[in-house]
Design a protein around this ligand. Structure first.
Ligand code: NDP
Length: 337
């Protein structure tokens, strides 16, 4: 297939370099689309903030998240993928080729766009949470856990991420309190078993974090029992917020159909969005599974969808061009007569 590739105008631009984007790159490159990947503000995506990944198929003893993403990227680069540092700041999907702007200055055109921008951790929304971010408050145990050797810390949330973070923190912290707003965990049974069997973990049920205390550094949490409204202070030096993620889809809001949380709608059994030629994969469109392997799988689907769309579009374009040429010839002939 003919790919309209110049430095400025590409057949396929992939936005994001996590599991979804890099898998899309591998497949698009092998389909000869010479994809350009705009790596975004957090290349590697969420897996670079994970420690051991034990559920990605093919690694009997697991693999470290950053190492896995390094392999994804090296594999994409082995074929004809260009990986470019930068963040897409504006898109215009009103006409084709689509118009994208990198870092507010560099303009690009694309025949197809694959959105693989992933998701970002959510925070509680407390004023002191942002003020003490990096000074006791964190969303990434694997990044910051090391700094809490021998201290008491808390994790808020009841999903797999909360328990994974809590279990990871047992390597450093003295004790970890898991604060959950309900009395049942959302996390998988296997994670629950692991967490319940750790002597370093204890659970504070039916409780929310009402405030985060400390001037220069985190010193404690003001907790509120949700049923009774009773408040108490938990003296901890660290708080790891693990309450889910928000899809990174803000810049596409004007152009694509999304749900109320910002997950991009894709047509069933495909990665087609509401704009023909724009495809979405990974956590930007998946509010259900959100796994590295499902992100990679949907990245593969997006590349195949883009390739087929280009092929159909290209043959349609050539057919129309041929018919126009024929009509012009007939018209010219008629005028001469
Ligand atoms: P989830 O959406 O699964 O869980 C979020 C948790 O945070 C829930 O317990 C929720 O409470 C709680 N929560 C949400 N908002 C608030 C709030 N404002 N205040 C207090 N608590 C709040 O997100 P995760 O990030 O844990 O997991 C996302 C996906 O990734 C899941 O599919 C999970 O299985 C997967 N995952 C898998 C891992 C693995 O297999 N090793 C590791 C990490 C994630 P409530 O339950 O009441 O809604």
């Amino acid at each position: 297939m003919k790919a309209s590739n110049s430095d400025h105008h590409r057949s396929t631009i992939i936005i994001g370099a996590g599991a979804a984007g890099l898998t899309a790159a591998i497949y698009a490159a092998r389909a000869n689309l010479k994809p350009l990947v705009i790596r975004g503000p957090k290349p590697g995506g969420q897996l670079v903030t994970t420690s051991n990944v034990e559920n990605y198929p093919g690694f009997i003893n697991g693999i470290l998240g950053p190492e896995l993403m390094r392999c994804f990227e090296a594999q994409a680069a082995r074929f004809e993928t260009e990986l470019r540092q930068g963040t897409i700041t504006t898109v215009d999907f009103s006409q084709r080729p689509f118009h994208l702007v990198v870092d507010r200055e560099q303009s690009l055109l694309a025949d197809t766009v694959i959105i693989a921008t992933g998701a970002t951790p959510r925070y509680l929304g407390l004023e002191n949470e942002q003020r003490l971010l990096g000074r006791g408050v964190s969303s990434c145990a694997t990044c910051d856990g090391f700094f809490f050797q021998g201290q008491d810390v808390a994790v808020v949330g009841g999903g797999d991420a909360a328990l994974e973070n809590a279990l990871f923190l047992t390597r450093f912290a003295d004790h970890i309190f898991v604060i959950h707003r309900r009395a049942q965990l959302r996390a998988s049974k296997i994670m629950q078993q692991l967490a319940f069997s750790s002597s370093k973990l204890s659970f504070i049920w039916d409780t929310r974090v009402k405030d985060i205390l400390g001037d220069e550094e985190l010193e404690g949490l003001l907790l509120e029992e949700v049923k009774t409204g009773e408040t108490s202070i938990l003296p901890v030096k660290g708080l790891f917020v693990s309450i889910g993620h928000r899809p990174n889809t803000e810049i596409f809001k004007e152009w694509l159909e999304m749900d109320e949380l910002g997950y991009i709608f894709t047509q069933p059994d495909s990665t087609y969005t509401s704009v023909a030629g724009v495809f979405a994969c990974g956590d930007a469109q998946d509010r259900v599974y959100r796994q590295a392997v499902t992100a990679a799988g949907s990245g593969c689907m997006a590349a195949i969808d883009a390739e087929r769309w280009l092929q159909t579009n290209h043959s349609l374009k050539s057919k129309i061009a041929k018919e126009i040429k024929q009509l012009k010839f007939m018209l010219g002939k008629k005028l001469k007569e």
